[in-house]
Design a protein around this ligand. Structure first.
Ligand code: ADE
Length: 263
């Protein structure tokens, strides 16, 4: 992934790995409802010897699909409240720990997102994300403002996009499901079509540790529509995750036997 905007050169380690067939991928998924259908579809099993520190709720599934070793991590449930560890903090931690513990050539962040109908998003759409940025890190001091937004281009996958006939758009990340007027201003400035709670944080970690990352996001709710996001999200979650797991399966199939630069 090229840091901070378009056209920056790829890291040499990525360039080197990019010429050999992809042999291992890491899939990061924030919610159990999103993760389990992918686990089942790719016939992954939970690793009883977790590579993560003792006591953390993060869950590691693994398996082999054709010639690719697949690791899937889900940040698990909050130890006191029992709900999924969604959001940027858990996403960053689990991605960092996974990269440190496991070998992979490519990261896929898969999950649900809110979509903007004004930018062409519809419920059930699957987006392959071209750029990510934050919308809730407002720091009105020169250069810190850019740091807060944390805009990054994702690893380019033009052949994947074309072959799977997915939609392409920019993703904006924040730690809230709803959207304040200030968030909306930032999301508009980010030119985002989809909005999630993990993407830009994962991109930061992947960039730091020089691992290419792509984002596949399925739209559960229309942010600029009439219904409250939480209600529409819960209503569509199960149906939309079925479309998401199908897309992840197709992406893994497409990746099989290819090098990074063929994606
Ligand atoms: N995930 C699904 N819908 C979302 C929304 N509206 N905002 C952030 N993350 C989401």
């Amino acid at each position: 992934m090229a840091p901070h905007g378009e056209g920056a050169p790829l890291d040499p380690t990525v360039a080197q790995v990019g010429r050999q067939p992809i042999s291992s991928i890491l899939i990061v998924i924030a919610m159990q409802t999103e993760a389990l259908p992918v686990v089942n579809k790719l016939k992954l099993v939970e690793n009883p010897h977790s590579p993560f520190p003792e006591g953390v709720p993060w869950v590691h599934y693994h398996g082999t699909y054709k010639d690719i070793v697949i690791h899937l991590v889900w940040p698990g449930k909050d130890l006191s409240l029992g709900v999924d560890n969604i959001g940027t903090v858990s996403a960053s931690l689990v991605t960092y720990a996974s990269i440190q513990a496991l070998q992979h050539d490519l990261i896929i962040n898969a999950g649900t997102a809110g979509g903007f109908k004004a930018k062409g998003a519809e419920i059930g759409d699957i987006f392959l994300v071209s750029h990510v940025a934050f919308h809730d890190r407002r720091i009105p001091i020169p250069v810190f403002d850019l740091y807060g937004v944390g805009s990054r281009q994702t690893f380019p996958t033009p052949n994947l996009l074309k072959t799977l006939n997915l939609k392409s758009g920019k993703l904006s990340t924040g730690d809230s499901l709803d959207m304040t007027p200030q968030d909306e201003t930032s999301i508009t400035a980010n030119d985002a079509t989809v909005k999630d709670m993990e993407g830009a944080a994962l991109a930061y970690v992947a960039d730091l540790l020089k691992v290419p990352v792509i984002f596949v996001k399925a739209v559960t709710d229309i942010v600029d529509g009439d219904k409250p996001a939480a209600e529409e999200f819960l209503q569509n979650l199960v149906a939309v995750t079925a479309a998401l797991d199908e897309a992840v399966d197709q992406i893994v199939n497409f990746i099989t036997g290819k090098c990074l630069f063929e994606l």
